[in-house]
Design a protein around this ligand. Sequence first.
Ligand code: SAH
Ligand code: SF4
Length: 390
Amino acid sequence: MLSQAVSGKNLQIVQPGRAEPAGEPKKSLFGLDRAGLSAVMVERGEPAWRGKQLAEAMYIQRVASLSEITTLAKSLRQQLEGDNWEVNCPRIVQAFRSVDGTERYLVQGQVDDAQPVETVWMPEGDEGEAGDGSEEEGKSWSRATICVSSQVGCAVNCQFCLTAKLGLQRNLTAGEIAGQVVAVLDRQAVEVGKERVNLVFMGMGEPFLNYENFMGAVRLLVEEVGISPQRMTVSTSGIVPGIERFAQEPPDVRPKLAISLNAPNDEVRSEVMPINRKWPIEAVMDAVRQVRLRPRERVTFEYVLLGGVTDRPEHAREVARLLRRTGLPAKVNLIAWNPGPGIAFAMPQAGAVENFRRVLSGEGVPTYLRRPRGRDIYAACGQLKRTVEG
Ligand code: SAH
Ligand code: SF4
């Protein structure tokens, strides 16, 4: 059923791959921060502020090649090219479009011959109405969310997740993580600062098992691309050392935190998320309590409803008790399980999701339903697995 939907409705855009010249390996400028770019310039006898020009060209103007950076003298650009430097921003090599407007992209990373990574664009809003007509033609959204991957595949092995089936293929670099965002912003012609874009690090992989690169990407996105960390949410399956490190990050670069709770108690959680045997719920909560929240900030708890396994009203009451015990300002994001081939769970029965939400809200827990997006193109939560059927 699903693959039929995939072959019937998506739009596939294929661009030819880049031919790689033989010889010295190329070095990517994209992914370096201001200090790194300034160092490249200073090495060439140029003033450090030329690093800022490079950063603006790559992260704000989103140039694809050195030849487009006209703020630098041609001779300097040629010198950089001669030294094997190139911009090398990750690029979208394939796109799938859902009936609901969601787009799933395969993004080719900076590492040659590596598998592409998946990124999802989810526009929200006025469904094609241009309001007063002043909007650029083709813009049909008033806010949008980009779902970003941090690894290719994942090592965590949650039983309900399609990405887990890939195993961990590799960590993404900071440039590859931030590059997904820049590539999508460019494709959608987003003006950062004017248009509302949220980032969720909820694509493929476990961000806290690729911590340095994940936070490196966040710093680039905040400091160079200009997106506020308060518009970013990182989701973790509960990697305690990662959460403890995250708690030490300064607030001006710390995204909001989401924890994949997904079960009402340790017994069920260990079954659906084996990582719970290493870091059980209480250990995760202890780590989360170390994060100094901003005023009015809440910790999001994601909860995937698995039919018959985690979706009963008594589970909802147990979740409410559990969250009360933590003393944390919490909100719950309910996600009806998205099916995938080879995964033996059931979707919740009609009414179970709404019932669950009602019980939690009745217990005083702010609760939201995450609408499934892009199921027909394998773009919904837990479905990212480099599915290329077109
Ligand atoms: N690895 C991180 C972030 C990526 S997963 C994490 O697990 O938190 C993002 C969210 O999708 C998680 O909350 C996860 O529980 C949820 N998810 C995974 N597979 C799903 C599926 N098949 N249906 C619905 N949600 C799923
Ligand atoms: Fe990895 Fe998250 Fe999927 Fe678990 S839910 S396997 S942590 S991507």
